[in-house]
Design a binder for this molecule. Sequence first.
Ligand SMILES: [Zn+2]
Length: 234
Amino acid sequence: MHGFSVEFYDDFLRFYFSHSSLSSFYGFMSLYKAGDMGKSAEFTDERLRWLEERGIDRDSLRCVRQVHGRVVADASSFLPGDEPEADGLFCTDDSLVCGVTVADCMPIWVFREDGTAWGIVHSGWRGTGIAALLADALGEGRKVAVLGPSIRSCCYRVDKERAEVFASAFGRDAAVRKADGFYLDLVAANRGLLERRGVSVYTIEGCTCCDERFGSYRREGEAFTHMLAVCARG
Ligand SMILES: [Zn+2]
């Protein structure tokens, strides 16, 4: 056990570990009330204010140009303004904070237990599998992952074809058949991928679609609230 704790506040959540080798890592995620954080590397006024309130220097933040793919970039390999197309970052530099934006897609944090490498990905149905690629990018050794809030199987209705493709790729419990149709389960899909690699998995409960503490593309429509999830070592 790693002494995993999550705290919800008005406009953000944070988690931390009390286990000694992981206790320097932390994760934050903005909530609906923080306002729109902008997509990917875009800085809105709300993002600037939120980062300042969290004590995060804007120049230390590394984001990527998110495209719903499965590329994980090295956070040390580019400078702000020159972000690569990717949907995740891995990092070994204490001075950097890695961030992804989400609104129904799942933020997934992965940490090496020896404290030498960490990262975060943005994973929706199209990008599912990227969490495993991040775990691989962190190298050999014991790792811990945190699955963040996302649209959950209560709300993530899809057509039969997508459900079948998803279940054949990520396991039968990655899609759920209910009386009124088919639903994806991103938690089951990612838990399976990571646990098969020997990664310990923790989950932050919350469906971004039906729980109004969160921003959601599906609930809010085109003018939805991007949330920013960040990963760092303090
Ligand atoms: Zn829901």
